[in-house]
Design a protein around this ligand. Sequence first.
Ligand code: PLP
Length: 808
Amino acid sequence: MLSIQPQEVPLTQLPTAESLRDQILHHLTHAQGRGPEFATVFDWRLAVSYTVRDLIVGSWVGAIRAARDQGAKRVYYLSMEFLIGRILEDAIINLGLDRSMDRAMELLGLDKHRILDDEPDAALGNGGLGRLAACFMESLSSLQCPAFGYGIRYEHGLFRQRFEGGQQVETPEDWLNQPHPWEFVRLDYSYTVGFKGHVEEVDGRAVWHPGESVQARAYDTPVIGWQGDWANTLRLWGAHPTTLFDLHRFNAGDYAAAAEPEALARTLSRVLYPDDTTDSGKELRLKQEYFLTSAALQDILRRFLAEHDDLELLPEKVAIQLNDTHPAIAGPELIRLLMDEHGLDFPKARDLARGVLNYTNHTLLPEALERWSTWLMGHVLPRHMQIIQMIDDDHRQATARPDHVGIIQHDQVQMGELAFIMAGKVNGVSALHTDLVKGTVFADLHKLHPDRIVNQTNGITPRRWLRMSNPALSGLIDRTIGPGWTSELDLLGGLEPFAGDAAFLGELRAAKRANKVALSNGLLAGLGIKADPDAIFDVQVKRIHEYKRQLLNILETIALWQRIHDDPNAGWTPRVKIFGGKAAPGYWLAKTVIHLINDVAATINRDPVTAKYLQIAYPPNYNVTMAEHLIPAADLSEQISTAGKEASGTGNMKFTMNGALTIGTLDGANVEIRELVGPENFFLFGLTAEEAAVVRARPGHARAAIEASENMRIALQLIAEGRFSGGRADPYFALLDRTWNDDPFLVASDFDAYYATQRRIDQAFGDAAHWDRMAALNIARSGFFSSDRTIRGYMADIWHVTPLTGES
Ligand SMILES: *Cc1c(COP(=O)(O)O)cnc(C)c1O
């Protein structure tokens, strides 16, 4: 059929600045329909984006062809979230175009930063889980592993955050209100996804008659790997009505009813659920999860059957990774497709499904574990409810498990158990977390299946999080050890000998200072805050959650302020405390903490007595782009979650790689960071996970700890007096009450250790040469935290795939 020889070839020769300029002008005219003299920043950005996109498409088409021609096993990463951020600069860097593009923009008289800053973040995720998926996509391409990411094309990503009177106000995010130059809509790849209705038995076979259905349409974005040789596809599903609106009803004047099918479809891919750690059990959320999963599995089977005719080969050719339990309906859905559409029997379908599915656990917090009532599951997905029952019965018989173990408990479908039972491998995301998964949430299932749980410690892509976001530091590293670290991050180890080299340390300090000056200018322009670039830049940026303990940080800040105020000439080390992060709109306590931080900042920042020593900045709307600006400017990384609660963290890795030192607990990947950078280069404090469990069980633990801590009492007293809230403390009564009487995250028990460690840090920062040496060692020993290492681990231990080359 295809008589034309493929034209696309991977980029072998980089275009010159002049040819980039010409291409930009070409796209400005022919895609945007504008002459340069009339072009807006938006027009220019699109013209630049199309120019860069043209250079990606060849590798992309080539990669897809190579995978097909070689009959390669594909990896499918199913995730409800992809927290991508901006695409343009990342693509420029991965293609190696940064120099020539700078020059091309100069030739056109364009301001590069204005163009790059015009791009909205693709914020299709809440926090760490979604950002992990984005880092994985980039590493999969950089490693030339044939892969697809599957997600939802939310019209509205994570809400925008503003502060009014210090309180969080959410407004809708609207990144798709303007043309999105990176996506390709595939009208030919669309699938029907059904809901509700009933199941009928016909000749011993189940036939599901859905009561509603929508069409899932593919929107593809190429994800270019380092050096531009390979691009995989991020395929996001948009929901569309299966039938056009009802013309009869419309003509009869019933406009609302006529638009019903459209309304159902549009709500499915309308908004991202803005909650990262609690399961709200909403019907729409279940429908979204099934929408993603069903469309992805239908697409996977279609591609498989286009290349192979024997379903037995599925496990050899397909590996599916479930990012958390959100797509865990994949087990029953794949069994349904294999049984009801392809005629296999249950045992065969079950074995094939288990041969391809794997599940990543991301949390131990009980409130985050997804559960659906059997009623809702049976109502929305009646056929799946039957299959879930079959899977559960089958597992009970196969394992003779105890009664309290299983998928269905107390009329609820436990998605963690479903995912575990249907998975070939289950993984935790840091060494400590994996141990806790084995010992707590899945202790019983682990005993029944002792080889199933494995660890894959998270990582981050060094292309975005070091090379792109920190040009000052990456330039220094290039000059010192060459650029090979970008794809082999362990080569950063070559910096180790320079940790004793005064010239290198001087340049390292200069790079950090340049980043701090840039951030300081931004804070002044944006918030009116004067941040002294010679102060410690102490940064805690992440979702606001009780377990992450922003409260501990702000209470320590209050106590410190009072101490400075009492004795301003005691030789204090200047500090700028920087906070960033959003709270889930319905998470009242987290929103109270945001209010408190802003109230405290307003009071402290205007105290002339302490102004030189303490400033607090809380820029609103923390997102990937803000992280890229803040992290390279940080001296100190706050990773202070209650031990046993943070599965891994990835923010912690970004800071380490950028030469910030960590103050942290023995939680998540902090444990591995500390071991690798060396305990002497890490500021550890606080209870261990085991100790925390013991203290939590002790009645009155918080009260006892507060009574023993003068500094904590001072801080709580000032809040209770309304010192930060115009004399009225009622906004904080509930927070204070919980801190004294409950404190499940052990802020009180860890307070004194935290305060004392911060004072050790004040001292350590005063010894600049020693501090710089510690920072250099943190960078040099951070190579392990590349997501390339993580993906290699998944490829070897879970997916059993090998990299491909572009030639077939
Ligand atoms: C890395 C990242 C996170 C995750 O941070 P943690 O500190 O690991 O919770 C969240 N949001 C954004 C925007 C990030 O870049």
